[in-house]
Design a protein around this ligand. Sequence first.
Ligand SMILES: CC(C)(COP(=O)(O)OP(=O)(O)OC[C@H]1O[C@@H](n2cnc3c(N)ncnc32)[C@H](O)[C@@H]1OP(=O)(O)O)[C@@H](O)C(=O)NCCC(=O)NCCS
Length: 300
Amino acid sequence: MRPEEADRVAELIFESTNHWYETSGYPRIFQGDWKVCRIFTDVYGDLDPGCCLIAISGQDTIIGSCFYHPRQTHISLGIMNTHPAIGRKGVAKALLKSIIEISDDLSVPLRLVSSAFNLDSYSLYTRHGMAPFALYQDMMLSVPNSGIPVNEVDGVSFREATLEDVDQIDSLEQAVWRTSRKKDWAYFIENKRGVWHITIATNSEREVVGCLASVYHPGSNVLGPGIAKSADIATALIQSELNQHRGTHPVYMVPAHNKQLVSAMYEMGARNCELHVGQILGNAPPIIGVVMPTFMPETA
Ligand SMILES: CC(C)(COP(=O)(O)OP(=O)(O)OC[C@H]1O[C@@H](n2cnc3c(N)ncnc32)[C@H](O)[C@@H]1OP(=O)(O)O)[C@@H](O)C(=O)NCCC(=O)NCCS
């Protein structure tokens, strides 16, 4: 994708994703008009310029697009879309194969989160050798204007992250799931587009023991990515970040196997709205602690 094609790719993301939700019996996921999807091309363009492949039909009609995010430890595959009028003709397979070649060349695993409700996308990836390694519950909570209480965690303090925290966040992330993506954390903290917030948890030795970002934009009201040493730290991080979104109902993915975290979310009144599967081509990292992926940018 060239920069001047970003509007047309945003339009494709809007049409293609809404089409899937509507024809599957769910409400549209993107409201308003296609311009809300410029958040994808803008943020992904900031983070990974040139890392979007498009499929062109005829002279100049964009019929498919897929973003990817190369990182030190892996490549994440971002939002993949084919125009609804051209489904099942091999467009997504061709885009995926090209990105698999890139991850092969770099000798790093390819990762993504795919909706467990969407067999088209789940199957597309598993047909190409990817395998599920984690299940996430997409949860939603309507945050009252007055906010929600934040649990206390013994010996742990919570505050807004600064750029000086990035090295420690990275060390924690490597310990939790052998993942490194320092530039993403720095990007959220710098917040040049004015849509991010990030809360950090530190212990009594001032070591980072958890971190959770969130984005607020008409095209994406999501908590994540996040990492934490334990479920109680993750719970308090989620509560803190939800309070940044009072009067709205953000979505966030929590690991389905983490009973303590899932129970804490139910106690807060959160409801499940979708399920996502973390998939990988390559060896799955062991997860020691809590990982919360997001779609902005894709971080499975
Ligand atoms: C998912 C999506 C990208 C697929 O695009 P597409 O161009 O229609 O897909 P392709 O024709 O390249 O490939 C689909 C392949 O998936 C596999 N597949 C799909 N459904 C399958 C099923 N039920 N069982 C097994 N394999 C299946 C097949 O290999 C199929 O190719 P084949 O029929 O030739 O064997 C498209 O439907 C889309 O844009 N959906 C809306 C947005 C979305 O959900 N994006 C994914 C977010 S991660």
